[in-house]
Design a protein around this ligand. Structure first.
Ligand code: MLT
Ligand code: ZN
Length: 461
């Protein structure tokens, strides 16, 4: 499909709604909206429409509905499962212009942000007023609040504060039938029926287009301590992650890395090796709280086995220097080749056996492929990245997802299903759950125009 396939009458109507400057059709201009962060999902030419208000979003949805045209809502385009890319010629509904943000409501500790507000801006605005937004992720300067709601993003501090769903107190959203629901009151207690804001978290733009959100904020801790800890083996690192989660009250982050990833990051980014010798596995551990969080960290580390080396930092510059080993993984892996990004959740007791079986599985299905392992392991969230496999070769994905199911895990922990995983959703959801999903979709989006090719597997036998 190319731009000429988009009905010119629809394009004219969209121009009437948002103005000619905000309907993009030129291939070069739209390229950045049509390629995902990894480069694995690239769509043919398509129209991009950039409304500047909730009313314009509603008018765009209504216009597309009247033409029977499908829409793909898009935020910062940092998704990793092809969920925000118009792979089937859909109109891209970019929310980036909805980037207004309120003052912090200091009584409730909440803030209202337009869907296009980046997580970085949200964090900075909160910080200026003495608060913190707890969801944090490496793509913070591009990822938007709307996009992170659509995927129910997790990030680096879920074990202390929960995922995006745990922060969202309210949303404003335009449904597929053109109606706008506004639930932004931010009441801490409200038992009057269904909790619509939660429903939009992880819905991947299939139920409605989130235009604004009200989120809860946290009080920033007075001290943070970060440690990069090297382990004698991956098993020891996994056991330590689980033990720290249990024993360290001020724990905020526990991130697994392995030798290959650290080596690659140092090579690509020119960072110094963190220790004189390489080690099989590493945990980046952070505690936050009162000054005693350093004691917490020390006591926690003293109680785990298999530590080969450690670097501890409690000032901002040295802490940042440790974090960049972890935060550079995505970018560094992209330089090796287009990765298959398998974001998985395992029950904590299953992690060691799963990690043990993974290389064998890979060697059988994709000999010659390279495995890159990292992730938020204290939550059981592993990022299994594989390079050296063709973009459209799904045998590897299939094998790994079945392995996850054998270990009672989920095929998506925080990236969503998108187009990349929809054919395997039934490994993580029952037929009855999927039927309920379809009923919800039909109720919110009766004509099926909102992101129709993601999340739910194609209907049929
Ligand atoms: C991360 O944890 O760094 C993000 O989920 C991105 C990624 O998996 O590449
Ligand atoms: Zn992650």
């Amino acid at each position: 499909m190319s731009v000429v396939d988009t009905d010119p009458a629809l394009v004219r109507r969209l121009v009437d709604v948002v103005g000619a400057d905000h309907v993009l059709a030129d291939d070069d201009v739209t390229a950045g909206y049509r390629t995902d962060w990894t480069g694995r999902f690239v769509s043919p030419p398509s129209v991009v429409v950039r409304p500047g208000s909730t009313e314009e979003v509603a008018a765009v949805v209504e216009t597309c509905r009247s033409f029977g045209a499908a829409l793909v809502p898009q935020g910062g385009n940092t998704g990793l499962v092809g969920g925000g890319i118009p792979l089937h010629g859909e109109v891209v509904l970019s929310l980036r212009r909805l980037d207004g943000i309120s003052e912090v409501d200091a009584d409730s500790g909440q803030i209202v942000a337009g869907a296009g507000t980046t997580i970085g801006t949200l964090q900075a605005t909160a910080a200026e007023q003495g608060w913190a937004y707890a969801v944090d992720l490496a793509s913070r300067d591009s990822a938007t609040i709307g996009g992170t709601i659509a995927t129910n993003a997790g990030g680096l501090r879920v074990l202390r504060y929960g995922d995006t769903r745990a922060q969202v107190m309210g949303v404003e959203a335009v449904l597929g039938d053109g109606r706008t629901v506004t639930a932004l009151s931010g009441l801490y207690r409200n038992n009057t029926g269904y909790h619509l804001p939660s429903l939009f978290c992880g819905s991947e733009g299939t139920l409605g287009v989130v235009t604004a959100a009200r989120v809860r904020l946290a009080r920033p801790p007075s001290h943070r301590v970060t440690a990069l800890v090297a382990f004698t083996g991956v098993d020891a690192a996994l056991a330590a992650a689980v033990a720290l989660r249990r024993t360290v009250p001020t724990l905020e982050a526990v991130e697994l890395m392995v030798a290959a990833g650290i080596e690659l990051v140092c090579e690509v980014r020119g960072f110094p090796r963190p220790f004189p010798e390489a080690h099989p596995a590493y945990l980046l551990v952070e505690t936050a709280g009162p000054a005693t969080s350093l004691d917490d960290l020390d006591a926690g580390l003293a109680s785990v086995a298999g530590i080969a080396d450690a670097a501890v930092a409690d000032d901002a510059a040295r802490r940042r220097a440790l974090w960049r080993y972890r935060e550079s993984h995505t970018e560094a892996i992209n330089t090796v080749g287009t990765p298959h990004k398998l974001d998985l959740a395992l029950p904590l007791p299953e992690l060691p056996a799963f990690v043990d079986r993974l290389p064998g599985q890979l060697a059988t299905v994709a000999p010659g492929a390279r495995l890159w392992l990292f992730g938020h392991v204290a939550d059981g969230n592993l990022h299994v990245n594989v390079t050296g496999v063709a973009d459209d070769d799904y045998a590897l994905d299939e094998a790994v997802f079945h392995l996850v199911a054998e270990h009672h895990g989920s095929i998506s922990a925080e990236h969503g299903i998108g187009t990349a995983k929809r054919r395997w959703v039934s490994l993580s959801r029952t037929a009855d759950e999927l039927a309920a999903f379809r009923s919800l979709k039909a109720a919110f989006d009766p004509d099926g125009i909102l992101n129709p090719h993601v999340l739910l597997p194609p209907a049929g036998p």
